[in-house]
Design a protein around this ligand. Sequence first.
Ligand SMILES: [Zn+2]
Length: 378
Amino acid sequence: MDEKRKSINRERLTETFLRLVSIDSPSFGERRMADELKGELEKLGFLTEEDEAGSFYGGNAGNVYGFRRGSLPGGALLFAAHMDTVEPAKGKRAVVHGDGRITSDGTTVLGADCMSGTAALLEALLELKEEGSPCRDLEIVFFTGEEKHLKGSAVFDFSKIKAKESFILDLTGPVGTAAYRAPTLVDFRIEVRGRAAHAGFAPEKGIHAVAIAARAAASMELGHVGEGMTVNIGGIKGGGTTTNIVPEYCSLIGEVRSYSHEQALKQTERIGELFQKEAAKAGGSSCMTFEVPVHAYCTPKDHSCVRRFCRACGQLGLSGKLVKTFGGSDQSNLSLHGINGLVLASAMEQVHSCQEYTEVTELLKLTELLKLMMQDME
Ligand SMILES: [Zn+2]
């Protein structure tokens, strides 16, 4: 590609990114983004459909799916990103700096998570079309509600997916890095019940729910507990509203993360038992409920998706580094349905903060990487 063409594409890619982040797209409020992305895919020759994911959660948009037949053999490849952004994200105003860095104005997140990957994906598709370059059958999914524990992909109908491998644009780090492994995440809630009594006249008749919860929580191991596992108590709420009553109720929320799904469940069970024991000692009771919104996966390092990623990185002089992540992404739900994949570093940094940024040079590298992967015939 000549230099003039390169700079035109650089400008267009930047404009696409700025246009996308100017759209408010909070979780379950992705309507405008879904319409925008569906329109872009249709212009690129994709057949699109949108599912009912939004209606499950009171949202206004479903997951957007696009398919386009290509002229290269080898079957379909799936590329995906998510449409929603974390708060504060309403009225995002991107600022392009002289050095090619793009930030927000400091009052909101930028929305590079996940619009940097999305912009590069659209630019890659546009360039291939303009160049008349052949590519593989392609499936694109833009998920809704990813930031709310992968809720959109949790209800996606994966039986329609033809691809055997997936590439999710949703990771920080230099372009050319990819995550092949991620943990299970268990969200738990514990409710401790004691007995109310007047704290002055008859405290001995009460069973102190807050004291039970505090003793149990204090005896828990928090933070890194063993290899590849973390435990957290995220909040405690309890007691009554007045100072002179022994509180009869206390609730806690927390999470367990582990690269081993079984170990995450076992650890959760142990925490539940610990609270039950403390409660029983004091004559109270405790009950745990939990959800598993994110399942661990580990894509084999010799899988074709890894080889494809590494080949493309090699051609571009990128590191092709494989990393473990301790965060969730829609790849978890894809892996649950038998589609192995990687989460690609997608030109976003300091995500989930008002300091979030992207860099145009990274966006360009990502575009090149995606183009090569879409054209890889092996
Ligand atoms: Zn994300």
